[in-house]
Structures are given as structure tokens and as C-alpha cells.
Design a protein around this ligand. Structure first.
Ligand code: CP
Length: 299
């Protein structure tokens, strides 16, 4: 998470991502910054973007990468998280990138390994590198987050992306509005500095510079929370009609994966406002910057 991170340190991290993007624009997309280090991506939950971009990021900086896939491991024979991490650490892994369905799992891996750990998404709690790449993508558009309004619409309850953005974006000067049906808006988010909460999507989007749609995480709902997906889409879908309330040049984000034509219309997802593939692209540079800060550039 971003506890203890100052605006200056966060800005330096994003500035460094600009440098990493320059590396990625070169014909030879490789620097020796992490040569000799071994990074383990330990994913206990599925991922496309985060795992692949972290693995590419580490390789672009010449690290060795071990990709641990929980489903193909001895976890299926009952081995514990602690024993698994101790085995990996015995192989001289220097840093971990961890995704886990349980909140706090990254902290446990840090404790068990004694190594630097990057949280690649833990339960509903946090997905800090997603928020960093979201911030970076908005900053790329506007030059700064200062004074920008960012509306985040959808399944806030189950979203670690919403929580991390609500923590990060105000530190960079943005206002965040979290919006969804009352059943998908947990208590406790309103009242954070720079964060407001509403069930009215028009109010959320009015004057927004960036509108982020969130995936309905039906796998975490067990049939509860929503009476009807159609009703949800009718009121909360990020589509052209809703975007008429936003700033004229407002951009649209989605962390992915998308339920097309449910939380976001295909017209918007594929349209000129969409920065969804730009987010994906920026994920690699931002994660290179995070790895660099963690393993090389730390004071
Ligand atoms: N945004 C995100 O975390 O996507 P993946 O689950 O594909 O990594």
C-alpha cells in the first residue's frame, strides 16, 4: 500500500516510469539494472496483465525470473504458504511479486522470506501497482493529477483497485469519487481525504477528467449484492450517454479484465476516449520503475 509514501517519492516513481517507457521504445528493450538478481512471481490467483507485465519488466532489466503457478505446485498436496515460500527462498530468490486471494498475504510472504515483496493484488485490500499505472496514465494525459476529478464506477465492494486508487490519487492531488449501487459500496471509504462516495452515476461523472469502470466481480458475489445485471447495466454502465456528463475531453479507464457491455459499453471501450490499452502498455514501464526503486534505487 502507499502508507508513508510522500508525493515527492510517488512522483519520482512515475518520473522513472517515463525513463522506462523510453527504454521500451528502443529497438533493444533491455538494460542491465537487475543483472544477477532473481525475481519470483508467486501468483496464487489468476492474472494476465499483472503477471506478464511484471515478468517482462524484470526481464527487460536483466533479472532472472521464476514463475510460480500455485495450481501446478505442491500446494495441491497440502503444502503451506510458509513452507512454499521457504522453499523458494532457499533457491536464492531476491524478491517476490505476490498475488493472493487473501488480504495481507504479501505481508506474510515478506515475513516468511525476509525479502522485498511487491503486492500484485491481495484479496479486496490493495493492488498498488495497478493504481500507479492508472495514475501514470492520467498524468500522461493531463501532465498532472493536481485538481483532476476521477470517477470510479462499479463493484467498489470487492475492488482492491478502487481501494488503492482511493489511497494513491488524492496523495497526487486528485479528487476521487467512488460510485456504485448501495450494496456494492462498503462503509468506511467515505471520509478518507480526497474521496467521496455516491450511488448516483451522473453525479459521480459530472465534470470528471477520467472515468474508470470496474469489473463486476461475480465470482466474489455468490449470487448476492445485485438483483439484476440488466438493471445494473441500465444505470451504472459507462457508456456514451453517461459520459456526456463528464469533461468534454475525459478519458476512460478500466483495469481489466472487462465484462464488455455490462460495466462498460464496447463502443466506449474501443472508442477514442478509451485509454484501456494504454493502461496495459504503461503497466510494464510502471512495474519496471517499481522493481528498480525496490531493488536498486532505494535510499
Ligand atoms: N488489472 C489486473 O490486475 O489484471 P489481471 O488480473 O489480468 O492481472
Amino acid at each position: 500500500d502507499f502508507q508513508g509514501w510522500t508525493q515527492e517519492r510517488l512522483t519520482a516513481l512515475l518520473d522513472n516510469a517515463d525513463t522506462m517507457n523510453q527504454v521500451l521504445d528502443r529497438p533493444v528493450k533491455k538494460v542491465p539494472a537487475l543483472q544477477g538478481l532473481t525475481v519470483c512471481t508467486a501468483f496464487f490467483e489468476n492474472s494476465t496483465r499483472t503477471r506478464i507485465s511484471f515478468e517482462l519488466a524484470a526481464r527487460r532489466m536483466s533479472a532472472d525470473v521464476v514463475s510460480f503457478a500455485a495450481g501446478a505446485s505442491s500446494l495441491s498436496k497440502g503444502e503451506s504458504l510458509r513452507d512454499t515460500v521457504e522453499v523458494l527462498t532457499a533457491y536464492k530468490v531476491d524478491a517476490y511479486i505476490v498475488r493472493h486471494p487473501a488480504s495481507g498475504a504479501a505481508h506474510l510472504v515478506a515475513r516468511y522470506s525476509g525479502k522485498p515483496v511487491i503486492n500484485a493484488g491481495d484479496g479486496r485490500r490493495a493492488h498498488p501497482t495497478q493504481a500507479l499505472l492508472d495514475a501514470y496514465t492520467i498524468r500522461q494525459e493531463y501532465g498532472s493529477l493536481e485538481g483532476k476529478k476521477v470517477a470510479i464506477i462499479g463493484d467498489i465492494r470487492h475492488s482492491r483497485v478502487a481501494r488503492s486508487n482511493a489511497e494513491l490519487l488524492p496523495k497526487l492531488g486528485a479528487q476521487v469519487v467512488l460510485c456504485g449501487p448501495a450494496t456494492l459500496l462498503p462503509a468506511g471509504l467515505a471520509g478518507q481525504p480526497g474521496v467521496t462516495v455516491t450511488s448516483d452515476p451522473r453525479e459521480a461523472v459530472r465534470g470528471a477528467h477520467a472515468v474508470m469502470a470496474l469489473r463486476l466481480q461475480q465470482e466474489r458475489m455468490n449470487g448476492g449484492y445485485l438483483a439484476s445485471l440488466q438493471e445494473y447495466a441500465g444505470r451504472y454502465q459507462v457508456n456514451e450517454a453517461l459520459l456526456r456528463e463528464a469533461e468534454s475531453g475525459a478519458i476512460v479507464l478500466h483495469p481489466g479484465p472487462m465484462n464488455r457491455d455490462l460495466e462498460i459499453s464496447s463502443e466506449v471501450a474501443d472508442g477514442p476516449r478509451s485509454r484501456i490499452l494504454k493502461q496495459v502498455e504503461n503497466g510494464q514501464a510502471v512495474r519496471m520503475s517499481v522493481l528498480y526503486h525496490l531493488l536498486v534505487g532505494r535510499a
